[in-house]
Design a protein around this ligand. Structure first.
Ligand SMILES: NC(=O)c1ccc[n+]([C@@H]2O[C@H](COP(=O)([O-])OP(=O)(O)OC[C@H]3O[C@@H](n4cnc5c(N)ncnc54)[C@H](OP(=O)(O)O)[C@@H]3O)[C@@H](O)[C@H]2O)c1
Length: 365
């Protein structure tokens, strides 16, 4: 079995990968003489607890606002039918235009967006979704999620801070927010509601105190942070998981954000020798193997890219992995969480989950 290449974090600077994307392209799309199998590409969909069917492979839209309209359009034309966005990404207008430009009928698309923390007051929730719908130029979304469980002070300021730069908390709780979101389903403005970045205890509180079971939990999952017990628990409740940052620390954001943890500097998930080895076996790239691992585990994945060949490659990441290979990828679970703005947001996120040590103070924006 290939040994696990996890670096001592302090030594990580020595090992920062210089493997360029162009090289990756040549390496994984060049001739592959050893390939001896054909694993056909699928278009898996999973049934949510609402009865709706969500695609297993979707398209993320965080960052690169100037490129998103064209990227969304091309992604839809290539065959993606799940688009993930959020109010706070400031790309909803581009996403809406991209959908229109693609020519793909709206009803064929599973469109998800998220409520940001300064609009968690129950009286603000419907208006916030209305703003998103206006930007997205659509009468409804398929999924509306609370982006984080933490409530920020009401107002236009997305990151409301005091004079010392400390985030100002809101006065309502995510339970109040959830109840307001439940009403939006009744109104037909969203087909389903979900959460993101919640702990087990926080979801349990919704289950105990509210009516609607979340259809989805969007959370960080990749081979370095597999959250096996939590995933099992969510599955038991019929809550579908969408993996964000499915490629782990591929996104440069995690190496450079103010609260970036040292662990984010470790060798990229997709440079793990095991994944390269499996890529050769399946005639796929390590990125595709990582995404296929998520899909074969019953989850959706929403890789982000604005580069055509990557967009295409990610779409072709829905193929069957053999159980023994899934088990080997299971060994990469070092519980490295990259997305943890707990100190900046003044809220102990993921409190009962794995990978919360090493939190660093620093601002998101
Ligand atoms: N709910 C939340 O709090 C939350 C948090 C984070 C993310 N998200 C969602 O999840 C989506 C994905 O997460 P993410 O953007 O953090 O991370 P990611 O999708 O795991 O990684 C994105 C990075 O990987 C690169 N990439 C994509 N496909 C590739 C390929 N085939 N080969 C080589 N490199 C490839 C991209 O390059 P290029 O950009 O150069 O194309 C980008 O730098 C976001 O866009 C967003 O929709 C949600």
């Amino acid at each position: 079995m290939t040994s696990l290449s996890i670096l001592p974090v302090r030594a990580s600077n020595l090992f920062r990968t210089t493997f360029k994307r162009s090289q990756a392209h040549a390496a994984w799309f060049g001739a592959s003489p050893n390939a001896h199998r054909t694993y056909s590409t699928r278009s898996t969909r999973i049934t949510l607890n609402t009865g709706a069917r969500i695609p297993a492979v979707g398209f993320g839209t965080f960052q690169d606002p100037d490129a998103q309209e064209a990227a969304v359009s091309r992604a839809l034309q290539a065959g993606y039918r799940l688009i993930d966005t959020a109010r706070v990404y400031d790309v909803e207008a581009q996403v809406g235009k991209g959908i229109k430009a693609s020519g793909v009928p709206r009803e064929e698309i599973f469109l998800a967006t998220k409520l940001w923390c300064n609009q968690f007051h129950p009286d603000d929730v419907e208006g916030a979704l209305d703003e998103s719908l206006r930007e997205l130029d659509t009468p409804y979304v398929d999924l509306f999620m609370m982006h984080y469980p933490c409530t920020f002070a009401r107002g236009d300021e997305r990151f409301p801070r005091d004079a010392n730069g400390k985030m100002l908390a809101g006065t309502t709780t995510f339970v109040d927010t959830w109840r307001a979101m439940e009403a939006l389903v009744e109104m037909g403005k969203t087909k389903a509601i979900g959460v993101s970045n919640f702990s087990m205890g926080e979801i349990q509180k919704l289950l105990d105190e509210c009516d609607v079971v979340p259809a989805v939990h969007q959370m960080e999952v990749h081979p370095y942070l597999q959250q096996k017990d939590f995933n099992k628990w969510l599955q038991g409740w019929g809550i579908h998981v969408i993996q964000f940052s499915p490629l782990g620390n591929m996104n440069e954001f995690y190496r450079t954000t103010g609260w970036s943890k040292e662990v984010a500097q470790m060798i990229r998930v997709t440079d793990q020798p095991l994944l390269k080895e499996l890529g050769e076996k399946y005639n796929k790239s390590p990125v595709q193997v990582v995404l296929a691992w998520g899909v074969n585990s019953g989850r959706s994945v929403i890789p982000k890219s604005v580069i055509d060949w990557q967009i295409q490659q990610n779409l072709e990441a829905d193929f069957e992995l053999e159980p023994e290979d899934l088990a080997r990828i299971g060994m990469l679970d070092v519980k490295a969480r990259f997305n943890d703005p707990s100190l900046d947001y003044q809220w102990r996120l993921y409190s009962d989950l794995e990978g919360i040590e090493g939190v660093v103070d620093g601002k998101t924006h």
